[in-house]
Design a protein around this ligand. Structure first.
Ligand code: G4P
Length: 528
């Protein structure tokens, strides 16, 4: 195997998704701790925006700082190179998370044992299902009382529509939690509360649960229960098959307690054995395979103006094929020109460094002065356009006005750059040239206003606007499209790229438009 091939084959790039508070940050930190990437717990800052601080802009700025640092956390474990891509938990930043999911090869879903499957998890897993991304489920907080394990599995199967295969099984829960039985490796792992710094767990080989030693270790009642439950699992759930996991026909489930370092090592040890290596990525032109000789990659996230004194932006590039090299000319496909990068940066858990080369599966940060927007592709010369990085139909709208006539240039530039970053979408209504910002979550309006003021010196004023949805529109029949545009003039607009958008003011008008113009297709994402 060439060096490139073996480097690619050892990459494991994944994201952790969860409803806020389920334990995503804690689990990430514990994985880093086991991977030796950090030395003590508490080193990874939470990137959560706490509920109480939604209007605290300094908090938003602080979070942005943290989220650059935690965008990618790379470490070596056994013979694998693990890249964890961070996803914001806050629902108003869901679009960021959706886009990050385009750059991962698999996902770990964290579920709180007491809360079960929550709303945000459902939405995120739906995106994974659409992309056929393999999913591992981690049921967290087993040190607390919660739902029955079999009920949780049913919930995962029904609400997340993920058929599952338990690979570990809890012995008791909450106060009575004694440990987990690792079905995958047939070992017993005993729970020791207060193991927050990750000492090695006490694990005991146990390939035969009938062994009376089990009764001595966990007590007769718990031993009987475990035997009965493991037997039931073998009757109800099919044995684990890696191929089925990779094709998303089944999701392995683990139980544990991230904060107590419990069950986390089992998860990680199994993850490095079963998780997929970098997977092919679909481009409009063809499928791009990781092992191809030539480099290609796309930008899935942009962080701008971390330091307002320098207009610095970092574009995060997922490498899809080949080897990316520093100071080498690559084609920026959208702009049709060559660019090279003197300081491509890789992010480790607690530091970053300039890299000379990076391989398919890796993410590099590229310092940028405004050349990139989300979805942009870099290649060695081929005109490729990676798919699956759409904008989503926004759900919240405001009309924008310039609050300071002397600063209209600054406002235009600021809006332009923030939209490239994917913070929100800007539409122009045809009838009156109204500029309308659409967001997935309302918090984005505050972020935009604050950042325009602090980074661009511009003042934006918002006015409520009665809009229900903005949907992209296509129609194969020119005449029918023209008729639609003429009839619906009030509701016609364009996005920043000049694509036709239908601005529906209510579900009812949308329905009417669809009924009256059956030839016209309405799209919920910009990927038409
Ligand atoms: P998130 O990133 O998914 O939003 O969750 P995060 O890891 O921040 O965890 C949310 C809360 O749940 C934290 O408590 C965390 O300590 C706690 N937690 C995580 N894993 C476990 C677990 O296995 N058992 C129990 N009992 N709690 C767990 P917090 O009070 O919000 O913050 P902190 O002050 O403890 O950091």
């Amino acid at each position: 195997m060439s060096n490139q091939q073996s480097e690619i084959a050892r990459r494991r790039t994944f994201g952790i998704v969860a409803h806020p508070d389920a334990g995503k940050t804690t689990l990430t930190e514990k994985l880093l701790l086991f991977g030796g990437a950090i030395q003590v717990a508490g080193a990874v800052k939470s990137n959560k925006i706490k509920k109480s601080t939604t209007s605290d802009f300094m908090e938003i700025e602080r979070q942005r700082g943290i989220s650059v640092a935690t965008s990618v956390m790379a470490f070596d474990y056994e013979d694998k190179k693990i890249n964890i891509l961070d996803t914001p938990g806050h629902k108003d930043f869901a679009e960021d998370t959706y886009r990050t999911l385009t750059a991962v090869d698999s996902v770990i879903v964290v579920i709180d044992v007491a809360k079960g499957v929550e709303e945000q998890t459902e939405k995120l897993v739906e995106v994974c299902r659409m992309r056929k991304t393999p999913v591992i489920v981690f049921i967290n907080k087993m040190d607390r009382p919660g739902k029955e394990s079999f009920d949780l599995l049913d919930e995962v199967e029904q609400k997340l529509q993920l058929p599952c295969t338990p690979l570990s099984w809890p012995i008791g829960m909450g106060d009575r939690c004694q440990g987990v039985y690792n079905i995958f490796e047939q070992r017993l792992v005993l729970f020791r509360p207060d193991n927050k710094q990750g000492r090695p767990e006490e694990t005991i080989e146990f390939d035969n649960l009938e062994d009376p030693e089990l009764d001595k270790l966990v007590g007769e009642a718990a031993a009987m229960e475990l035997r009965a439950e493991v037997e039931m699992i073998s009757e109800v759930y099919p044995p684990f098959d890696r191929q089925e996991y990779l094709s998303q026909e089944t999701s392995p489930v683990f139980f544990g307690s991230a904060v107590n370092n419990f069950g986390v090592k089992e998860l990680l040890d199994c993850f490095v054995k079963i998780a997929p290596e970098p997977r092919p990525r679909p481009a409009e032109e063809r499928a791009v395979l990781p092992n191809e000789d030539k480099f290609s990659g796309f930008v899935f996230k942009i962080h701008a103006n971390m330091d307002p004194r320098h207009r610095d932006r970092i574009a995060f590039l997922r490498i899809c094929s080949g080897t990316f090299e520093r100071n080498t000319n690559y084609l920026h496909v959208r702009q049709g020109r060559k660019m090279k990068f003197a300081n491509p940066t890789s992010f480790m858990a607690d530091r970053k460094e300039v890299v000379d080369e990076a391989f398919a599966g890796d993410v590099v940060g590229l310092y940028d002065s405004g050349n990139f927007k989300i979805g942009d592709t870099l290649t060695e010369g081929e005109e490729l356009h990676f798919k699956g990085i759409p904008s989503f139909s926004p759900e919240q709208f405001r009309r924008v006005y310039n609050g300071d006539p002397l600063k209209s240039k600054q406002l235009a530039k600021g809006l332009d750059q923030l939209m490239d970053e994917g913070v929100a979408q800007l539409f122009t209504r045809e009838v009156d040239n109204a500029q309308i910002i659409g967001c997935v979550g309302a918090l984005q309006f505050d972020v935009i206003q604050y950042r325009l003021e602090h980074e661009y010196g511009a003042t934006v004023q918002y006015e409520p606007i009665n809009l229900h949805k903005a949907l992209w529109v296509t129609c194969p029949d020119e005449a029918a499209l023209q008729a639609f545009k003429d009839r619906r003039r009030q509701h016609i607009g364009y996005d920043k790229e000049g694509r036709l958008v239908y601005l529906a003011d209510s579900a009812w008008t949308l329905q009417m438009a669809q009924d009256n113009h059956p030839e016209v297709v309405f799209h919920a994402t910009s990927e038409l």
